[in-house]
Design a protein around this ligand. Structure first.
Ligand SMILES: N[C@@H](CCC(=O)N[C@@H](CS)C(=O)NCC(=O)O)C(=O)O
Length: 211
């Protein structure tokens, strides 16, 4: 649904695990949107226009022309965007407080740990100009610990919270790249089963293809 429909949400993003979360969410919820590419390899995240909506100079960010009270709103930080879209639509974010707490726990676990640590493992294993064994080991071990946490959570359950939610959306875009993070997902049977299920969702495939 990446199109220029009136009222479409502008998604300032790039082809990265954090960047794909938002097109996936918008596809899941059936909201019209337009991708505004921010080429972080060329430093476009430092442009003043982008900093005005994303002061931490990171993608993703959105501008919703139909925000609260009908006025436009911008949102940065992927977790805040997912919660905003979930509240706006009622999609993938339960309103029941007990269910919502479970979603928030795993969403914050992803944005505070599963993303940053896997990102460091990916960086030091593949991109670092100088190979630093201490850094490779530190972040690969922490990555494996986090996959273990995810695997135990998914034991006997289909999704991170009760139903498929924004917590799964946030986590799947990172787990998809397990091979770059020094992890063989096949050794985490519950994660492997969950990942296969969520990656097969048509909206997830459309969102991944949108950026
Ligand atoms: N906590 C942020 C992290 C966003 C983030 O790290 N974005 C990366 C791409 S995945 C980025 O924009 N990097 C550009 C830079 O660091 O200059 C979120 O969840 O939105």
């Amino acid at each position: 649904m990446a199109q220029t429909t009136a009222g479409a949400i502008d998604v300032h993003t790039w082809s990265t695990p954090n960047g794909w979360k938002i097109p996936i969410m918008l596809e899941e919820c059936g909201l019209p949107y337009r991708v505004v590419p921010v080429n972080i390899g060329k430093g476009e995240q430092m442009a003043p226009d982008f900093l005005a909506i994303s002061p931490n100079n990171k993608i993703p960010a959105i501008v919703d022309p139909d925000g609260p009270g009908g006025a436009p709103i911008s949102v940065f930080e992927s977790g805040a965007i997912l919660q905003y879209l979930g509240r706006k639509t009622g999609c993938l974010y339960p309103s029941d407080e007990r269910a919502r707490v479970a979603v928030d726990e795993w969403l914050f676990w992803q944005v505070g740990g599963f993303g940053p640590m896997l990102g460091q493992a990916h960086h030091f294993r593949i991109y670092a100009k100088e190979k630093i064994p201490y850094a490779v080991e530190r972040y690969t071990e922490e990555t494996k610990r986090l996959y273990g946490v995810l695997d135990r959570r998914l034991q006997g359950r289909d999704y991170l919270a009760d139903d498929y939610s924004i917590a799964d959306v946030a986590t799947l875009t990172w787990a998809k790249f397990h091979d770059k993070q020094g992890v063989d997902v096949a050794t985490y049977a519950n994660v492997a089963r969950w990942l296969e299920t969520v990656l097969a969702r048509p909206a997830v495939q459309r969102g991944l293809a949108a950026v």
